[in-house]
Design a protein around this ligand. Structure first.
Ligand code: F6R
Length: 598
């Protein structure tokens, strides 16, 4: 939800913190703030994006500091509610990502003791608790004592007046230490550190860390030392920058051929290996659990797994699954999450384990929280995704699902050696099929310019392209603010046709498969209601142009794999609609990339 960063070193902290904070802006951008230890604790906060903070803040001297970018959960997005918080007497400053669940009672008792509060947030209680405890001397001890009073989730970073250290602590919100030369960092995510170092140490739940210029000390909450080896991050700074693209979203869509390639690298060869995780499991069905775009990947996965492995597969939204009644079944549970931090999906993983099911997570962010909650992890290797709208991580989630379907197909003997060879060839071909769509970006932009004034937009698909229509609609509404709805094409006549008019274009996915004739029928129904139709079809389809107003032609590949190039076209469609409408593409209003609230 929020992003935190801390720095201790030999350089001025302010520009370093600001730069790192910008790389965390995808985690929240309704207000931001910074505290630097210099002559006292210097504090500056502002409502709005980090650019607003940067433009209005004074120069701060000092080589120790913390900063925060916020996505409001408790308390409106105002400068008063922005972090850092400094308690009553400016002797300490804290930033927080997470939620303190018992803050009301703490706040009342602190107010009764004479503490003055300046915000409506849950976080501020922690500043007062640390301040109270600091009278005893050591900042680490003060933070440790304060932590004992609070319940909830957190990654905290804390500095004290006159101190040359940042103390941080973690429980269920991400926290990583960056190891530099004569300088050290803490942050919510490695992308904030890549400019300075790729050597990191992950802090785990229940741990605290003290960083100074030359040392990093990790302890548990009782103060016992924890030894952990540093890791090298394979991501480069370039991965986390726009590299000449106007938006991260466009860059990330264009990275899809590479991301697919990386996701397949070395994996196709080892599928079905004896003793591997999937070959060793026993289960009667598959249940996929996820939220948002990851849920849509799961819906596509159902078709792929049932086609290649013939294993019955159900898909559920995480927040629904975790509160559902356990049926008498023994599914293998697949949890899909780009961030690995989505609270509902983490809770679903715990619930699945409680039900005695084996669990697998498909995750992009390495070592994120969910990786410690499941029996097996498959990383999607898409690289950092900065834009709030998920794109390259969606297609790599699909790749992971194709690979799992192959594993299960081999295990259940439904995938013959010949079929395996063919699937392998099709997967290897996908980067080219996606590149072919990217080469048509200008055509898609021209079409988006033609339709960008639409009020509503419908997306229809059949079979495996039904979930792709849902994902096309989600991308469109999320970034262009056009109301978008995805539908199984056969379902429009059961209600939604009532909404169609010339102001509501319909995007129809017309794959050349057993559903093609029916889709032509559905397109005709829509045209009869005066809605313009934009079809996504395959090259060589000479029929479709007679029924649709406009057509985007994709390279023909077998229908089971077509979702990957089709969604690429729809991502570009959503991107160019949003661009034509002047929307803030990478940071749509009201949403954050990582959703750590229920
Ligand atoms: C939409 C989008 C969201 C996420 C959802 C789940 O573009 O990105 O719908 O898919 O918030 O997030 P993860 O995959 O991190 O669990």
């Amino acid at each position: 939800m929020c992003g935190i960063v801390g720095y201790v070193g030999g350089k001025r902290a302010q520009p370093i913190l600001l730069d790192s904070l910008k790389r965390l802006e995808y985690r929240g951008y309704d207000s931001a703030g910074i505290a630097v230890v210099g002559e006292g604790v210097q504090l500056f906060k502002a409502k709005g994006e980090i650019a607003v903070l940067e433009a209005s803040m004074p120069e701060m001297e000092g080589t120790v500091g913390i900063a925060h970018t916020r996505w409001a959960t408790q308390g409106k997005p105002t400068s008063e509610n922005a972090h850092p918080f400094v308690g009553c007497n400016n002797k300490i400053a804290i930033v927080h990502n997470g939620i303190i669940t018992n803050f009301m009672e703490l706040r009342e008792s602190l107010i009764a003791d004479g503490h003055k509060f300046t915000s409506d947030t849950d976080t501020e209680v922690f500043a007062h608790l640390v301040e109270m405890n600091l009278d005893d001397g050591d900042l680490m001890d003060a933070v440790r004592s304060a932590l004992k009073r609070i319940e909830g989730t957190y990654a905290f970073a804390v500095v004290a007046d006159g101190g040359d250290e940042v103390v941080a602590a973690r429980n269920e919100s991400p926290l990583v230490v960056g190891l530099g030369n004569g300088e050290n960092f803490v942050a919510s995510d490695v992308t904030a550190l890549l400019k300075h170092t790729n050597k990191v140490v992950y802090v785990l739940d229940g741990e605290m860390v003290r960083i100074t210029r030359d040392a990093v000390t990790i302890t548990d909450q009782e103060g016992n030392r924890v030894e952990r080896k540093p890791e090298r991050i394979a991501w480069s700074l370039e991965d986390a920058e726009k590299s000449g693209y106007p938006h991260f979203m466009l860059k990330e869509i264009f990275e899809q051929p590479k991301a697919i390639h990386e996701s397949l690298l070395g994996r196709l060869e080892s599928i079905g290996a004896e003793g591997s995780f999937f070959q060793d499991q026993s289960f009667s069905s598959v249940k996929i659990v996820a939220c948002g775009t990851s849920y849509h990947a799961g819906l596509v996965g159902k078709y792929v797994i049932e086609e290649l492995a013939r294993v019955p597969t159900t898909v559920q939204i995480s927040s629904e699954y975790r509160y559902s009644t356990a049926a008498r079944e023994n599914p293998l549970v697949l949890l899909i999450t780009q961030s690995g931090e989505t609270l509902d999906t983490i809770a679903a993983a715990r619930e699945a384990r409680k039900r005695g099911n084996r669990t697998v997570a498909i995750v992009n962010v390495v070592d994120s929280a969910i990786s410690r909650e499941v029996d097996h992890v498959i990383y999607t290797r898409a690289g950092p995704e900065i834009s709030v709208a998920a794109t390259k991580t969606f297609v790599t989630q699909l790749i992971a699902l194709y690979l799992i379907a192959m594993e299960l197909g081999i295990k259940g003997r439904s995938l013959t050696a010949q079929a395996r060879k063919s699937v392998t060839g099709q997967l290897r071909n996908l980067p080219r099929a996606v590149q072919d769509v990217l080469n048509q970006a200008q055509t898609i932009e021209a079409l988006a310019n033609k339709y960008h004034k639409a009020r509503d937009m419908f997306f229809m698909g059949r079979n495996i392209h039904y979930p792709i229509s849902l994902e096309g609609a989600l991308k469109t509404k999320e970034i262009s603010y056009i109301h978008g709805e995805g539908y199984p094409a056969g379902e429009l006549k059961h209600g939604p046709l009532a909404l169609l008019s010339e102001d509501s274009p319909v995007v129809a996915i017309a794959a050349k498969d057993h559903t093609y004739e029916k889709m032509i029928g559905n397109i005709s129904e829509v045209s009869a209601r005066a809605s313009p139709v934009i079809a996504i079809a395959v090259k060589g389809d000479t029929e479709i142009g007679k029924f649709a107003d406009d057509v985007i032609y994709l390279k023909e590949i077998p229908p089971l794999f077509l979702p990957v190039p089709v969604i690429t076209a729809l991502q570009l469609w959503a991107y160019y609609l949003a661009k034509a409408r002047g929307c803030p593409i990478d940071k749509p209003r009201n949403i954050a990339k990582t959703v750590t609230v229920e």
